[in-house]
Design a binder for this molecule. Structure first.
Ligand code: ATP
Ligand code: MG
Length: 437
């Protein structure tokens, strides 16, 4: 039969054979960031469009080309699916008064994001991010902490060969001078810049440095860099970040070309870059956004954060052969012959599950042969067969599915045996029994 419905381009199904890998990564990022004091926030999948145009910035690729924006049922209100997590987090923080709590406020999120992009390896239209946000500290100690938590996550996962690229893009004061210098530089290439960059030249020349067009990228190579224009305050701040990373034992390289794809950044910006990702080499990006809260209508509050792409993270783990602990396999399959034994199998299975064991029995009404075939297919570690004799005797032979060896156990001893010994030990005991005989 031909497949009638297909998933929209740039989306992904995570099947049961893969979902344990996602859960592993989600648990790990949550646990590691909790050690650094970041607590999870959840926010809606869609927001009013102006939240994103105001915060992400209307000269960015995200706002200009990538947002899923629509109006609903003839209303005029424009809605956008979140293209990133910071805007929604900040909106919730302001709306719910979270800045009245103890500062710094440390939040994390695990969320899907939507961007209308050309799908390719590591670039989807629905993708997933883990991110943290830290609000209320202007100190470089906060920058080092945020970079530190990302670094620790990658370290705990066993990911190697990631390069931390660091830059400072200054504050609005020192950036004004830099903008003028950039503008003067790019004016000389007006005939070659792409159309988008021509408007950027007027509105926000720094955006040109982030253009994906090869021609613009080539021109940008020799452009002036922000590091040469930092004011004293921004320079001291940047030195403070570097010093702390040094003593924390976190290596980095300075990349004066990083400007990041979103408009709200100030001072520190950084990316975690991998050689195992092909063209989409950045797995995590972030930085400071000291003006964002004010821009969204709150009191001036410094802040910073990062977001990592979970699809790209999993791709690196794959490429580096990092093993993710396998899911727990079925510990016992209870096969049965006949109506009475079937009822007993349901009862036993249910009570063992209530005690925390992964137990299965036939729920289809198959023949014994088909039941055992199924037990093999799901990879059951042990099996037992209930028939009239077993019901009468209150005991059954438990078989090690890997070796075929058996050991007789009373029904009432089953859960104790599973508890006391654990699956591995029962399997070992079965083996020992067999050797003695
Ligand atoms: P890129 O330059 O690759 O487009 P970006 O600067 O747009 O990245 P951010 O907005 O900083 O990305 O998002 C943070 C992270 O989210 C990226 O480093 C990446 O790992 C991931 N990411 C961004 N866009 C996508 C996408 N379309 N598909 C999968 N992952 C993505
Ligand atoms: Mg992008």
């Amino acid at each position: 039969m031909a497949v009638q419905y297909r998933a929209p381009r740039g989306t992904q199904d995570v099947l049961p054979s893969q979902s344990y890998r996602w859960r592993f990564v989600e648990d790990l990022v949550t646990e590691v960031s909790a050690l650094y004091g970041f607590r999870q926030i959840r926010f809606p999948t869609f927001e009013h469009t102006e939240l994103f145009t105001r915060s992400v910035g209307d000269t960015t690729d995200v706002v200009q080309k990538e947002m899923y924006t629509f109006t609903v049922n003839g209303t005029e209100r424009s809605i956008t699916l979140r293209p990133e997590g910071t805007a929604g987090t900040m909106r919730a923080v302001l709306e719910r008064g979270l800045l009245n709590e103890a500062l710094p406020l440390k939040l994390s999120y695990l969320t899907s994001c939507f961007r209308y992009e050309k799908p390719q390896a590591g670039r989807l239209r629905e993708f997933h991010q883990f991110g943290v946000e830290m609000l209320g500290s202007a100190s470089p100690a906060a920058d080092a902490e945020v970079i530190g938590v990302a670094d620790e996550i990658f370290h705990t996962m066993g990911i190697k060969n990631l390069e931390i690229q660091l830059n400072s893009i200054g504050c609005p004061e020192c950036r004004a001078k830099y903008h003028a210098a950039l503008k003067a530089y790019f004016e000389g290439y007006k005939g070659q810049l792409c159309e988008t960059c021509l408007t950027r030249l007027e509105k926000n020349p720094m955006r040109i440095l982030d253009c994906k067009s090869p021609v613009c990228a080539e021109i940008a190579k020799d452009a002036p860099v922000m590091l040469d224009y930092l004011c004293d305050d921004c320079r001291v701040h940047f030195d403070g970040v570097k010093k702390r990373l040094d003593v924390m034992g976190i290596p980095y390289v300075i990349n004066p070309k990083i400007v990041r794809g979103l408009d709200y950044y100030t001072k520190t910006v950084f990316e975690f870059v991998s050689n195992d990702l092909g063209a989409q080499s950045t797995v995590c990006g972030g930085g400071r956004y000291d003006g964002l809260i004010e821009q969204l209508g709150g009191a001036k509050t410094p802040g910073l954060g990062f977001a990592m792409g979970l699809e790209r993270l999993l791709m690196i783990m794959d490429a580096q052969g990092i093993e993710i602990p396998k899911e727990r396999a079925c510990e016992l399959y209870i096969a049965n012959i006949g109506e009475e034994a079937g009822i007993k199998a349901s009862a036993l299975t249910n009570s063992l599950r209530r005690e925390g064991f992964y137990v299965e029995c036939d729920s289809v009404g198959r023949s014994l042969k088909a039941q055992m075939k199924y037990a093999g297919k799901i990879g059951a570690r042990m099996s037992m067969v209930l028939g009239d004799d077993e019901l009468a005797g209150g005991a059954a032979k438990v078989k090690n599915m890997a070796t075929g060896e058996v050991r007789e156990l009373k029904f009432e001893d089953l859960s104790d045996a599973l508890y006391d010994l654990g699956v591995e030990d029962i399997l070992a005991a079965i083996e020992e029994d067999q050797e003695e005989r």
